[in-house]
Design a protein around this ligand. Structure first.
Ligand SMILES: [Zn+2]
Ligand SMILES: [Zn+2]
Length: 155
């Protein structure tokens, strides 16, 4: 169990604490994540909503368009607009928490790199971390414990 899993937005109006390690950490290099962050990729920790304890005011959802047409809400600080997590497909029990908002983002390194087909050419990937052109079969990458947690949260 990693030590400090607290984090929040730039202005500190939104603060949260994770009750446990996430199920998995993705580094996503897809074009949507690049555009929405204005960066090369996003780092998402997938964790149950009830394991994210809010220590402050609520972030507010902002819907963004998706290729699939399924909803994607990015939750942002109402004051400084920092994105702290996303909810995909209206599955409110599962959060994609932005690892860069942790006080110690190095505590949750990626377990997998996904959508590397659109990875920026100057981003190098570390040896030993699984990387996928698009996506992967969860049963091959997720731990048994994480698969059970996901099954519990998605029903
Ligand atoms: Zn803020
Ligand atoms: Zn993405």
């Amino acid at each position: 169990m990693t030590a400090n899993l607290e984090g929040g937005c730039a202005c500190r109006a939104v603060r949260y604490k994770l009750a446990s390690a996430p199920m998995i950490v993705h580094c996503c290099h897809c074009r949507d994540c690049q555009r929405q962050t204005g960066s090369g990729f996003v780092i998402n920790a997938l964790i149950e909503a009830d394991r994210v304890t809010l220590l402050s005011e609520n972030p507010e959802p902002v819907g963004v368009p998706t290729d699939s047409g399924r909803p994607h809400d990015i939750y942002r600080c109402p004051r400084c607009q920092t994105a702290v997590w996303s909810i995909y497909g209206a599955r409110a029990a599962l959060r994609f928490l932005r690892v860069g908002t942790l006080d110690d983002p190095a505590s949750l390194p990626p377990d997998a790199h996904i959508f590397t087909r659109s990875k920026l050419p100057w981003v190098g990937l570390p040896a030993g971390v699984p990387a996928f052109e698009v996506y992967y079969d969860s049963k091959e990458i997720w731990s048994a414990e994480s698969l059970a947690r996901r099954a519990a949260v998605l029903g």
